[in-house]
Structures are given as structure tokens and as C-alpha cells.
Ligand binder design. Structure first.
Ligand SMILES: O=CN(O)CCNC(=O)c1cccc(Cl)c1Cl
Ligand code: NI
Length: 188
């Protein structure tokens, strides 16, 4: 199981590298990595376990963040209104993901973004595509082509950025971190 000590922090070159494509069939190591990347999210989103293991909660985790420069990331976006379905908005390990198209319309989270690999809070809007069409392969080797919007779309873009050596604050407007263009939507 990954703990905070296993998370690579900003400054380590692995976070700025282009990760390598993952080969199929998955090696035993890659199968274990996929499992561990998702397990971290599940544990971190459980209040008791998160506290017990002193984790920072996350909705995504990319392989370079644990020092593995491969194109693999876990995404677990919970359904906020628990009373409704307990089914997450999006849950999968995305392997060799490619954003095949994105909306002209941009979107950002009103509260900005955070990253396990960046210890300090960096305020500001992180402008991203409001909607994306994502192609990826899952751990079973099945290919997917899905359309995402709002929070799941934002999180997948944050994770795919990691696979290309980009960190969320690279997108924040230096002059005015909270600059907003009129056609940008804001996701709560
Ligand atoms: O790369 C993944 N992490 O660094 C895990 C910690 N950050 C988050 O869970 C997080 C928080 C806010 C907005 C986004 Cl988009 C994300 Cl992803
Ligand atoms: Ni991150």
C-alpha cells in the first residue's frame, strides 16, 4: 500500500518527464501498480483509514507520483451527494490515456486544484477543457472511448498532465491567478 512517504514531491525530475507507454499484456509489476494506485484513492477517501495512515485524500493518482514513469493513473471521483447512488462519478485505472478531443469551452474548479506532489497550496483557477473525449485501455486490456464533463473531466486532465510532465500550477495565470474569461464555466 502506498503511503505519503512513497509520494514523489515537486523538484524530482520524474515529475517533469514524458512517461513511457505501458505494454500489454500487463507485467505482474504493472498489475500490482494498477491495484496499488486505486487502493491509495479508496483508502484516502475513507475518513478513518485516511487518518489512520496519515494520508492526503486524492481523487486521482498518476504512476510518476510514485516514481514510476509509465502512462498509468487511477481516478476515483466520488458521487458527492451520498444520499443518492453510492456509485462514483468515475472509477477506473486509465492506461495509455489519450484525449482525442476537447470542448472549446473551458472550465475550472472554483476552489482551484491540489496535488500530492506539491506540498504547498497554490491558489488560482486551473483552466481546462470543460468536456473531453478520452481513449484509454483498462487493466483487463479493454479499450474505452468515453466522453467526460465537469469534475471527472477535470481530474482526468490533471492525471494525464502528470503523464506528460505537467503540474496543475503550470496552467495558473501568473498575472491574475483568478482571471476568468466570460465563456469559462466553473465547477463546484
Ligand atoms: O494527481 C493527483 N493528485 O495529486 C492527488 C491529489 N489531488 C487531487 O486529488 C485533486 C484535488 C483537486 C483537484 C484535482 Cl483535479 C485533483 Cl486530482
Ligand atoms: Ni496531482
Amino acid at each position: 500500500m502506498f503511503l505519503m512517504k512513497d509520494i514523489v514531491r515537486d523538484g524530482d525530475p520524474v515529475l517533469r518527464k514524458q512517461a513511457q507507454k505501458v505494454k500489454f499484456p500487463l507485467s505482474k509489476e504493472d498489475q500490482q501498480l494498477a491495484h496499488d494506485l486505486m487502493e491509495y484513492l479508496e483508502v484516502s477517501q475513507n475518513p478513518e483509514l485516511c487518518e489512520k495512515y496519515k494520508l492526503r485524500a486524492g481523487v486521482g493518482l498518476a504512476a510518476p507520483q510514485v516514481g514510476v514513469s509509465e502512462m498509468m493513473a487511477s481516478v476515483l471521483v466520488p458521487n458527492e451527494d451520498e444520499n443518492e447512488s453510492d456509485k462514483p462519478l468515475f472509477k477506473d485505472v486509465i492506461i495509455n490515456p489519450v484525449i482525442v478531443s476537447n470542448s472549446v469551452q473551458r472550465g475550472a474548479l472554483t476552489e482551484g486544484e491540489g496535488c500530492l506532489s506539491v506540498d504547498k497550496d497554490i491558489p488560482g483557477y486551473v483552466p481546462r477543457a470543460a468536456r473531453i473525449t478520452l481513449k484509454y485501455t483498462d487493466v483487463k486490456g479493454e479499450d474505452h472511448k468515453i466522453r467526460l464533463k465537469n469534475y471527472p473531466a477535470i481530474v482526468c486532465q490533471h492525471e494525464i498532465d502528470h503523464l506528460h510532465g505537467t503540474l496543475f500550477y503550470d496552467h495558473i495565470n501568473k498575472d491574475n491567478p483568478f482571471a476568468k474569461s466570460d465563456d469559462e464555466i466553473f465547477i463546484y
